[in-house]
Design a protein around this ligand. Structure first.
Ligand code: AP5
Ligand code: MG
Length: 216
């Protein structure tokens, strides 16, 4: 399967992408995680993206397209993947269409996670992540087995620097402005399936499977 996940911050894209990876062996391409790793390592991309992310803004299109180009520039080409966080602007979506055309690949579906702004703020204020393996938890909805510690690593869980409420509000504003045209673009291509909000991870997963049934 070749999938794109779209949705506001905190809509559960990362959580559901990880389930798709575990259960279907898809390659996970999470551009937020890639940028956070680049920031941690102090690479040129990380130095450009760091202040933008921390202020709730997007990294530049050419930087993102370049990262995606490098990931897809493999032999044999990637044929099983889930994209989480890309494309996020109409310019990125058009550039990505061209890349897929050149590689003779076609997306199977775009899953659109519908979640209200109020629920986004509630979820993100409780989010904790593992700084080592990037696993995502929620303090009450999806807690780790031992409070404050990752289930897979010894690491102490942390809050993302862009998860403070003022930054989350800015990320929501940026999402609504930039990502609506991306969604319209994929609706026109007949690829979009809306995934309705549910606080049960399995309900969301089942909706994804229903949407994808019959697709390769
Ligand atoms: P990115 O890391 O992609 O962040 P985001 O899109 O804001 O999304 P989040 O990771 O915050 O949320 P999510 O939907 O993954 O939710 P999660 O599963 O964690 O990007 C970060 C930044 O990088 C961007 O702001 C931008 O600056 C930059 N960037 C990245 N890609 C870019 C691009 N292409 N172009 C330009 N800039 C780019 O879940 C959230 C919480 O809710 C968790 O605590 C989880 O446990 C909980 N939860 C999950 N599902 C449920 C559920 N069903 N019910 C209740 N709680 C749930
Ligand atoms: Mg995420």
């Amino acid at each position: 399967m070749k999938l794109v996940l779209i949705g506001p911050p905190g809509s559960g894209k990362g959580t559901q992408a990880k389930l798709l990876v575990e259960r279907h062996g898809l390659k996970y391409i999470g551009t937020g995680d890639i940028l956070r790793e680049a920031i941690q390592q102090g690479t040129a991309a990380g130095n450009i993206a760091g202040p933008l992310i921390n202020g709730g803004n997007l990294a530049p299109d050419d930087l993102m397209n370049g990262l995606i180009h490098d990931i897809f520039n493999t032999t044999p080409p990637l044929t099983q993947f889930v994209l989480d966080g890309y494309p996020r602007t109409l310019a990125q979506a058009r550039w990505f269409d061209d890349l897929l055309r050149r590689l003779n690949l076609k997306l199977d579906a775009v899953l659109n996670f519908v979640v209200s702004d109020e629920e986004v703020v509630r979820r993100i204020s409780g989010r904790l992540i593992c700084p080592v393996c990037r696993s995502v938890y929620h303090a009450t909805d999806h807690p780790p087995k031992i409070a404050g510690h990752c289930d897979h690593e010894q690491a102490v869980l942390i809050q993302r620097p862009d998860d403070h409420e003022a930054v989350v509000r800015e990320r929501l504003r940026v999402f609504h402005t930039n990502t609506a045209p991306v969604l319209a673009h994929y609706v026109q291509a007949g690829l979009v399936h809306n995934i309705q909000p549910s606080n049960t991870l399995n309900d969301v997963y089942t909706q994804m499977m229903t949407a994808l049934s019959g697709r390769s």
